[in-house]
Design a protein around this ligand. Structure first.
Ligand SMILES: [Zn+2]
Length: 495
């Protein structure tokens, strides 16, 4: 796996590309007072050359902070464009069908003694250590490097099945259990490794998951929504933790079996005689354990945040630590209720609030389809859309239009304002997560330089101290990235 030939080739490519294009770092635009961040994976430096990529990011978009994908097994933040979607106008023009993922830096084994999860170096680019490669070059330019990682694993990793969640019927799922000691010890080890082994400027971690009640109802934009028999987690650790909190795990299981029946019937179009909302309410009142199990997950995730925060602060108090908050925060009011900014601010130096407006229209429609087939199946899609806008505080186009229009810059403005008000009085910074070319289905809205410019401007107008251009440079078109740069330059002139 750790083939040194591949590594040498990767290194030659990096150096070669750097030589081919002289560094323009010295002549780039002066730094903005705002944090202008971009999410980027190792592949872009390998494909395009480290100096060249940084030149481009500084010149086109005034980027001053890299959110470098250092750990994931997923493709959302690492690897090239997702196969099947059009490749952007830079980088190697072919799909990386053999993407693997892992730790794109160098794992140091002494930090992973209390976990069965193995700290494997990502084999994608040979022995390349992306932090060792990018950190010195970025620092010379005054750019910051924040380690960006998420809890996405592959099912084929050694020992991983021991840490996987158990569903309602005890079956193993691909997601890992937040209450398994190996899960938390792996991530505290990982952030300790990054904080001790490298001169980094921050840590951002993200988990795009929610509890069993929201999942059971299909309250997400995921397609297809999770099967109500697959809700989690009922492993020994979760059951024990629940019992300690005064929740009867067997009662919870009974409740979720009732919820499963309700959801299956609803998706089959079989309306309860008292209606969908009433029938659900009846189950919830009989089994308040449904809500308790949802909160068990949320509290456990918060404990993970707090543990990661404490770990880094103990080692290097000056290294900022914060979180990526999932887009479902814009759609599902229950999930939004769990994102309590005041609570989170106790262990967050910053929070990246996802407010991807272009793909947000398509995703909102998917959420409405999912929840409109269970809890709110008595409403028409347009009624449910209007209800959701009122509840969430949006003014956006109708259900039929949004996949084609996306959500507006006004949505970005409102989400930024809301988050800023949420953390008011704390020292937590809000960084608006802006979408540049996250793939949408054919015929659905696509980013333009103007739409990106409008979204970034809206975040600044609302008072955001920073933006994070998302999800990854390797899926962004350069002109659209330039739209973000236009917003930064104009905002600087006007302020
Ligand atoms: Zn569990």
């Amino acid at each position: 796996m750790h083939n040194s030939d591949v590594s040498r080739r990767a290194f030659m490519k990096l150096t070669g590309a750097a030589l081919a294009m002289p560094s323009l770092g010295e002549t780039a635009a002066p730094p903005s007072s705002k944090m202008i961040g971009i999410q980027i994976g190792a592949i872009s430096f390998v494909d395009e050359g480290t100096e060249k990529v940084l030149d481009l990011l500084q010149q086109r978009a005034s980027v001053n902070t890299l959110f470098l994908a250092v750990f994931t097994y997923g493709r959302g933040i690492a690897g090239r464009q997702i196969p099947g979607y059009p490749l952007p106008d830079h980088g190697k023009q072919e799909y990386d069908l053999h993407y693997h993922g892992g730790n794109f830096a160098t794992p140091h084994p002494q930090f992973y003694k209390n976990t069965v999860i193995q700290p494997a170096h990502a084999p994608d680019h040979g022995n390349l250590d992306i932090l060792a490669e990018v950190l010195p070059v970025a620092k010379k330019r005054g750019m910051k490097v924040i380690c960006w990682m998420e809890d996405v694993f592959r099912p084929d990793l050694p020992n991983i099945d021991q840490v996987q969640e158990r569903d309602l019927y005890g079956r193993k799922m691909e997601t890992l259990c937040v209450n398994h000691p190996s899960y938390r010890n792996f991530f505290t080890g990982l952030v300790e490794d990054f904080a001790r082994s490298y001169d980094i400027d921050g840590i951002m971690w993200g988990s795009e998951r929610q509890g069993a009640l929201s999942n059971g109802l299909g309250a997400t934009h995921d397609t297809p929504p999770i099967d109500p028999g697959n809700v989690t987690c009922f492993c020994e650790f979760c059951r024990k933790k629940a019992a300690e909190r005064g929740i009867n795990p067997e009662r919870a299981r009974q409740g979720f079996l009732e919820l499963e029946k309700f959801v299956r019937a609803a998706r089959g179009g079989k309306r309860p005689s008292d209606g969908y909302f009433v029938q659900f309410s009846r189950i919830l009142l009989r089994y308040p354990e449904l809500a308790a199990w949802e909160m068990l997950f949320t509290d456990s995730l918060r404990e993970t945040y707090a543990a990661l925060y404490q770990t880094v602060k103990t080692i290097k108090p000056s290294v900022p630590v914060g979180w990526h908050i999932w887009h479902n925060n814009s759609f599902n009011p229950i999930y939004r209720a769990e994102q309590d900014w005041q609570e989170l601010s106790r262990y967050s130096d910053f929070i990246k609030v996802v407010m991807y407006n272009n793909c947000g229209g398509e995703r909102m429609a998917l959420y409405l389809n999912n929840i409109g087939s269970t809890l709110y199946a008595d409403l028409s899609k347009q009624q449910l859309t209007e209800f959701t806008y009122e509840v969430m505080g949006y003014r956006e186009p109708g259900y039929e239009q949004i996949p084609h229009t996306g959500l507006s810059a006004d949505y970005v403005y409102r989400e930024t304002r809301r988050a800023l008000e949420g953390v008011a009085g704390s020292r937590t910074q809000i960084w608006s997560g802006i979408d540049i070319d996250i793939p949408t289905e054919p015929g659905h809205s696509k980013c333009t330089p103007q739409s990106v410019k409008d979204a970034v401007t809206a975040a600044f107008r609302a008072g955001a101290p920073g933006v994070i251009l998302s999800r990854k440079y390797s899926e962004m078109r350069l002109a659209n990235l330039g739209g973000a740069g236009d917003a930064v330059r104009e905002f600087k002139l006007s302020s």
